[in-house]
Design a protein around this ligand. Structure first.
Ligand code: BG6
Length: 456
C-alpha cells in the first residue's frame, strides 16, 4: 500500500469537500497506516501550519460525521508545498521522497496536459500512481492526447481516472440487485423496458465553483462521466467477474454500442439551458450569468439532457435519457427504469395502470418499485409502491476511491479507451452546441428546468 499522497490543487473545493473527509473515513476505519503522509500542493504561498489549520476547518465542516481523532490525525499528517504544476522543478520538489507516491490532480481539465508533462520531466519514483479527476480532458482529441502523455509516464493500471459515482453504495447495489438474483435479469432488456431515465437534478447552484465549472458546464461535468458510467452499469452484459479487466470490458461494450448522434438528433434529442435568478427553499439565488467569476459570454450550460439508444441485441428499442441540472426546484437523483405496459389490461377501458417503475435512488439511497398504477376506478387496482432504504455505506465514495488508489485496485477507475469512447458519444453534441444549432434555453433557479422540447 502506498503511504504518500500528493494532491495538486490541494486548497480547492474537491479537497475540502471530498478528499479530506475521504481520508478521515479511511483513518477511522483503520485503513491508513501510521506512516501515511499527505502533501498538499498548490500555487498559493501557504505554509504547512496554515494548510493544517485549513484542513481541520474543512474537516469540521464537511467531515463532521467522522471521529474527532481521525480528523485531527489527517490534519496532523499533512504538509504543504507551494507548487505551480506547469513548473517541473516545483512538481519535482512536491513529489520527491522515499518510495512510490500517489499523485492526485485535483485540477481543472485544462491543466492536466501541463501537469502530466511536468510530472514526466520531474520523474516519478517507481510504482507510483496518478489520479485524475473528471472530466478527463476537454474533448475527444484532448483525451487521446492525454492518454498518450500518461502512457509515457506510468503503465495503464497505475492511472486512476476517478469517477466517484462508481464507488457510491447505490451504484454498487445496482450491480448486486442486477447480478445476484434471478428476478430482474430475465426481463432486463428492451422487450420489457421502454425507457431508462438517469437523472441527477440538484438544488445546489454554483456554490463558488466558477473557476472550475464555467469552463466545463453540465454536459462535461456530469453526463460525459458520471451519467454515462451509470448507463454502462445499467446496460452492460453480466461480466465474468468484477475485476478491472472484465468489468471495464463490459462497460466499453456498452459505450461502443451507443448509436452515434447526427446533427438532426442533436436538435431533437438534446437540450441545454442556464439558470436565471430565482428562489430555492426560500433562498434568493442570483442568475448563473451574474455569479462571481462567471463569464456570461462563454454561454456555459447548467442543465444538459441527452437521449441515447443502444445498437445491440439486448437494448435495441429502449430509450436512455441522461439529464442533469443545477439550481433546480427539487433534488432528483436516480436511475428510473420504466417497464412497458402489459399486453392486455382485463379491467375495462376506464382503468389506468401506470407501467411498472423501478427507481434506484442515488441520494437518498432508496429503492422504489411501483407495482400497480394510480387512477384506478375499481377495488382491483390500487396504487402500490414498495420502498426500501439501502444500508449506509461503510466508506464514503471518495474514501473507497482513495483506498483503491493507495492499494492499487483500478477496477472502479475509468480505463483510457473507456474515457475516449465516452467523448466519442458526446462529440456531435458538443459540436452542435458550440455552433449554436441547439438553443441555450433559460430556467429560473428553483424551477423544474427548461420547458421547451425542441423538435420532440
Ligand atoms: C461532482 C460534480 O463530480 O459531482 C458536481 O462536479 C456535482 O457538479 C457532484 O454536484 C455531485 O456528486 P455529490 O457526491 O457531490 O453529490
Amino acid at each position: 500500500m502506498i503511504d504518500r499522497l500528493v494532491v495538486f490543487g490541494a486548497t480547492g473545493d474537491l479537497s475540502a469537500r471530498y478528499l479530506l473527509p475521504g481520508l478521515a473515513a479511511l483513518h477511522a476505519s483503520g485503513c491508513l497506516g501510521a506512516g501515511f503522509r499527505l502533501v498538499g500542493a498548490d500555487r498559493s504561498s501557504w505554509d504547512s501550519g496554515r494548510f493544517r489549520a485549513w484542513a481541520e476547518e474543512q474537516l469540521d465542516r464537511y467531515g463532521a460525521e467522522f471521529p474527532a481523532d481521525a480528523r485531527r490525525a489527517v490534519a496532523d499528517c499533512a504538509e504543504f508545498r507551494r507548487a505551480d504544476v506547469t513548473e517541473p522543478a516545483d512538481v519535482a520538489a512536491a513529489v520527491a521522497g522515499e518510495g512510490p507516491v500517489a499523485v492526485y490532480l485535483a485540477l481543472p481539465p485544462a491543466l492536466f496536459p501541463a501537469a502530466v508533462t511536468s510530472l514526466h520531466r520531474a520523474g516519478l519514483p517507481a510504482d507510483s500512481r496518478i489520479v485524475l479527476e473528471k472530466p478527463f480532458g476537454e474533448n475527444l482529441d484532448g483525451a487521446v492526447e492525454l492518454n498518450r502523455l500518461l502512457a509515457d509516464l506510468v503503465p495503464e493500471p497505475a492511472v486512476f481516472r476517478v469517477d466517484h459515482f462508481l464507488a457510491m453504495t447505490t451504484v454498487q447495489n445496482l450491480l448486486g440487485i442486477r447480478l445476484a438474483n434471478r428476478v430482474l435479469e430475465p426481463i432486463w432488456n428492451s422487450t420489457h423496458i421502454a425507457e431508462v431515465d438517469i437523472v441527477w437534478d440538484e438544488t445546489l447552484a454554483l456554490e463558488g465553483r466558477a473557476g472550475y465549472y464555467d469552463g466545463v458546464g453540465a454536459l462535461k461535468d456530469m453526463l460525459q462521466n458520471h451519467l454515462l458510467q451509470l448507463l454502462c452499469l445499467v446496460a452492460m452484459e453480466p461480466p465474468v467477474s468484477l475485476d478491472e479487466r472484465d468489468l471495464r470490458n463490459r462497460k466499453v461494450d456498452v459505450l461502443r454500442s451507443v448509436r452515434p448522434l447526427t446533427e438532426a438528433d442533436a436538435l431533437r434529442r438534446t437540450r441545454r439551458a442556464r439558470y436565471t435568478a430565482g428562489r430555492i427553499d426560500g433562498r434568493a439565488v442570483p442568475s448563473y450569468a451574474a455569479e462571481d467569476g462567471v463569464d456570461p459570454a462563454r454561454r456555459t450550460e447548467t442543465f444538459a439532457e441527452v437521449e441515447l439508444e443502444l445498437d445491440n441485441w439486448r437494448w435495441s428499442g429502449t430509450v436512455f435519457r441522461l439529464r442533469s441540472g443545477k439550481a433546480l426546484g427539487a433534488d432528483r437523483k436516480e436511475v428510473a427504469v420504466r417497464f412497458r405496459p402489459v399486453p392486455h389490461l382485463p379491467f375495462g377501458e376506464d382503468e389506468e395502470a401506470a407501467p411498472n417503475l423501478l427507481c434506484f435512488g442515488l441520494d437518498p439511497e432508496d429503492l422504489t418499485l411501483q407495482l400497480t398504477g394510480t387512477g384506478a376506478h375499481t377495488h382491483t387496482l390500487a396504487p402500490l409502491t414498495l420502498q426500501a432504504r439501502m444500508q449506509p455505506p461503510e466508506l464514503p465514495a471518495y474514501g473507497r476511491l482513495l483506498l483503491d488508489v493507495l492499494t492499487g485496485n483500478p477496477a472502479l477507475s475509468i480505463r483510457g479507451d473507456e474515457a475516449e469512447e465516452a467523448w466519442r458519444i458526446l462529440a456531435p453534441v458538443l459540436s452542435a452546441w458550440n455552433r449554436d444549432l441547439v438553443p441555450l434555453q433559460e430556467y429560473p433557479a428553483g424551477s423544474a428546468g427548461p420547458v421547451e422540447n425542441y423538435g420532440r
